[in-house]
Every structure is written in C-alpha cells, then in structure tokens.
Ligand binder design. Structure first.
Ligand SMILES: Cc1cc2nc3c(=O)[nH]c(=O)nc-3n(C[C@H](O)[C@H](O)[C@H](O)COP(=O)(O)O)c2cc1C
Length: 310
C-alpha cells in the first residue's frame, strides 16, 4: 500500500492536523502526531507576538464554528522551542506563516526551515484580520511576489493556503503557481448575531466559518483547482468522517487536513481515518492512493482530455 501524496514530503498517512487547532504549543502537536496524524501544521506564526482579539472569539453550532481569534501567536523568535518539541515526534511538522510583504514571508520561512519544518504553508487566506491573510492573498501580484521570494530563500516545499473569499480562486492559484502544492480552503467570512442581546456574538463582528457546513464549498474548489491546474492539493474544510476525506481525495486532494472536527471526535480521529483508509484500499484492491486521487475529475473529463489531469 502506498501513500505517495506528491506534496514533497513523506507521510505515514495522508491525514494532517490543520493550522490553528491545538497547534500553538509543541506538546499538543507532538501528542497529536503520536496519536496517529501523518503530519501537523502549526498555528500561523508572524514576525511579532500578537495577543489576538478580545473574547468571544469563537461560536460553535451544529459541528461548525465561526472564529475570529485574530492570528494570536507567540511570534517567530519564541516559536523555535515549540518546534523543537513538536519535531521530536519524528513526524513532519509544516510551519504556517503570515506576513505582509515578500521579504517578511521569506524571513519567516527561513526561520521555520531552520527550526526543522518539513515544509512551509503560506497563510494567504485568513478572513478576519486587517492587513493580513485574505487581504494579502487578494492582491494577486503580491501573491506571486511572495511565493517567488519564499521559493528563492528556502529549499523545503512551499504550500499556498488559498481563500474562498477572494474574487477568483483560480487567479489566486495561478498567481501562486510556483508553490509545490495548494491548500484549499481556509474559512469562509461569516457572522452570527445574538438575537437576545441584539448584537454580533464575536467581538470582531466577522469571523471565519469552518466545520461540516463548508465541506461542499471545499470540495468544489478542490475539484475546480485540480482540474484546471493539475497541481497537488491538500484538501481541508469540514472533514469529519473517513467518507468526507475520501470525497476530497476523489475531487483531487492528495492529502487532507482536519481541524474543527477534532473538538467533536477527539484526536483519535487521525488513527480512525487511517485505519478506515487502509480497509477501504484493501477491500477495493487499491495498492496506490494515486488510484483514488481525482477520479471524480476523470469521470467528468472526455477521454481525449484525461491526460491533462495527473
Ligand atoms: C479556531 C481556528 C483557528 C484557525 N487558525 C488558523 C490559522 O492560524 N491559520 C490558518 O491558515 N488557518 C486557520 N484556521 C483554518 C483551518 O486551518 C481550516 O482551514 C478551516 O478551519 C477549515 O477546516 P475545518 O473545517 O476542518 O476546521 C483556523 C480554524 C479554526 C477553527
């Protein structure tokens, strides 16, 4: 059985911890990796320490959540000690970073590489912090410059995490085409009003929607971006069951990340998905995960054009 996911790092299984969930601290990352995740993405880390927004910063309903944490993080200089603990698990740790300029992203990526990160994930998509994430990611020329600059400064794989909130994800993906893989999708800008208090629930008013309710949107983007670009994709958004993960793979994802579902299912979710994938591959006589990736695209592509989709 093979798990070659074409994202430039070797994975024991294709189930990865998503950025922002239990991953600001090296010990919790290590615990999740030891409990069966194939790799983990860190909380997005910036140049300076950030406190984030005042509470309430998260609202949960029906296996979905709206968060506006505000990119709180300890800052890159303080994060080396957490990375050291996390990578002592022996499994790949992917450093997520956010910044405003190509130079800032490159500096953060170099630091993450020096801390032992197996890859870097560029947060070009957080929907709720002025001047960062989606705002940077919506300027497609800037995206291209960031990816080029990071690429020229590190020799580990670069993943660009794209936003469903920009005007055109295909244009964003094209701007980030020098990346080794795309990560789709970040949360969708949303809000919740407390009808008794007659005001928004989150202190920041707007937040990012995640969990089960965004899965069909994620599937659509993975399918569309894979079909058009053919590049490796890491799928994320609402994955709660093994069947959800399989759907993402059939849409074109080489690996998947899991975030919000952990609060309902616990960290055992990685082991359970891994076991379910092995059972599925065995019972369907599939030796190589590549046989599943993007099959739904091939089924909708005229046979004369199938060669376009690897
Ligand atoms: C509480 C919370 C914090 C998050 N923080 C980050 C972050 O720092 N950087 C980032 O790229 N994505 C962040 N995300 C987005 C997730 O990585 C993921 O893209 C999104 O939640 C969809 O996946 P899910 O439905 O499995 O949670 C965060 C999500 C949540 C719920």
């Amino acid at each position: 059985m093979q798990f070659d996911t074409h994202i430039g790092i070797e994975l024991e299984n294709p189930f990865i911890l998503a950025s922002g969930i239990l991953d600001e601290n090296g010990y919790t990352i290590k615990r999740i990796l030891e409990s069966g995740a194939g790799a983990a993405v860190t909380k997005s880390i910036g140049s300076e320490e950030r406190r984030g927004f005042d509470p309430p910063v998260i609202y949960k309903e029906n296996n979905s959540a709206i968060n506006a944490i505000g990119l709180s993080n300890p800052g890159i200089e303080n994060y080396g000690q957490e990375m050291k603990i996390a990578i002592s698990s022996g499994k790949p740790v992917i450093g997520s970073i956010f910044g405003q300029t190509p130079e800032e992203f490159a500096m953060l990526a170099k630091k993450m590489q020096s801390y032992g990160a197996s890859a870097v994930e560029l947060n070009l998509s957080c929907p709720h912090v002025n001047g960062y994430g989606m705002e940077v990611g919506s300027d497609f020329e800037l995206v291209a410059a960031i990816v080029s600059e990071v690429k020229s400064k590190v020799n580990i794989p670069i993943y660009s995490k794209l936003s469903p909130n920009t005007s055109d994800m295909i244009k964003q993906a094209t701007a980030a085409e020098k990346s080794d893989a795309y990560v789709l999708i970040n949360t969708i800008k949303a809000m919740k009003i407390d009808i008794h208090a007659r005001k928004p629930v989150l202190s920041n008013i707007y937040g990012g929607l995640s969990g089960e309710s965004i899965k069909p949107v994620g599937i659509r983007y993975v399918y569309e971006v894979k079909k058009i670009t053919g590049k490796p994709i890491i799928g994320v958004g609402g994955i709660t069951t093994f069947e959800d993960a399989l759907e993402y793979m059939m849409a074109g994802a080489s690996a998947v990340q899991i975030g919000t579902a952990i609060s309902k299912n616990g960290i055992g979710i990685f082991n359970n998905m891994s076991r379910a994938l092995k059972e599925y591959m065995e019972s369907n006589s599939i030796d190589d995960i590549g046989e599943i990736i993007g099959v739904a695209i091939q089924s909708t592509t005229p046979s004369s054009r199938r060669g376009l989709v690897p």
